[in-house]
Write a protein that binds this ligand. Sequence first.
Ligand SMILES: [Zn+2]
Length: 459
Amino acid sequence: MITRYPAPVADPVTLEAHALDLLIQLIRIDTTNPPGGERPAAELCAREFAAAGIPAELLEMAPYRTNVVARLAGSGGGAPLLLAAHLDVVPAAMKDGWRHHPFAAVIDNGYLFGRGTIDMKNMAAMSVATMCALARAGIKPRRDIIFAGVADEEVGCDHGSKFLVEQHPDKVRAEYCLGEVGGFSVNMPGSDRTLYPIQIAEKGICWFVLRARGTAGHGSIPREDNAPARLGAAVARLGKTRLPHRVTPVVERYVAELARAQSRVRGTVLKGLLSPRLASYVLKALPNASMRRVFQAVLANTVSPTVLRAGSKTNVIPATAEAEFDGRTLPGQTAQDLIREVRAALGPEFADLEIEILREHGPSVTEPHASPLFDAIGATLKQHDPQATPIPYMIPGFTDASQWNRLGIRCYGFSPVRFDAKDDVQFGDLYHGVNERISVDGFKWGARVLHDLVKSFCA
Ligand SMILES: [Zn+2]
């Protein structure tokens, strides 16, 4: 069943209706990055804030790559809370198999379809609606509540959070941030608990190029020092190497909590992930491949070959061949640590290959994760879902948190949404996926949770 959504709510009656209306409008603004073009989405948020009497400003590093920052002023009884959401989305097209156009925001069978419904215009819509509701209710918070709707997260944050942190730090400086990725419900089979992973850590990046040099020559006379051949052999080796198993405190806690939510036997097997000796057996025993890959990625530094470059003519042997690698570092590890592991995996045979780092930033961790805000998250979740169990965890990728962290902001990935166990929709499959969608009821539930959390923590 397809519901045609009615005209926008002119005078928002409820928080939930306002948030849903905003989400639908935001989805219909195509902010695919590249190229981005976030300005209409940022303007929409700014207009909503203005209507509720909250000052907001638009900030951009390049035309049309717009960030919106709004502040609901508090009485100074605490340092600010930042609500953060990126306004850009990754590409999506009907030909990939979408059931509804990814920018049409169609409601079908209780789900709102569209690119950005989960990642993460839902958080933008909930945050704007929450601040507007607090302002309209005449609530004066103790601490400032800031909203940053940012550009460019999907391509590396340069026009968004990085620009704000470097050029306008005072506009976004806060004690805490709520953003991505977390707050979604995970129903554990055979358990009455509902887990809510909350991101407190993310891996760093070390993107590098691996370069082989040889002698250029005519393709009719093969040479032993053929650069593409040597590079290919090195790439193949790294492609199938698993870098050393490393257990970080955040993953250790996460696995322990997951194990606790399972039967005794399953829990014990799961804990084997923490043992360098047993991990590979447990990984093989995991129920699905995507779970296996994610655990592998948080238990080691990783490298994925992504770009290959060599030669331009079939009958000319090029003097150089290059491969780019997406390297990711665990908390406690540096780019240099990762390069050392790569060198060790390549061995003496490839010692002459050059490595050049293209881009790096360190991992980002909110440690210890315990704080008054984390407690408030747990308490608010429990009010709305008595079975809720918040679990701090680490994602293998990076988010704007890596930038907010540079200002000393303690970041939690918490953009609450509830999935109905009977729908069998996996959050992980929706992220950047085809038919990205959000349960309308689950979204409204999340908007209420966020509102109540912000109100109880700040007011
Ligand atoms: Zn995202």
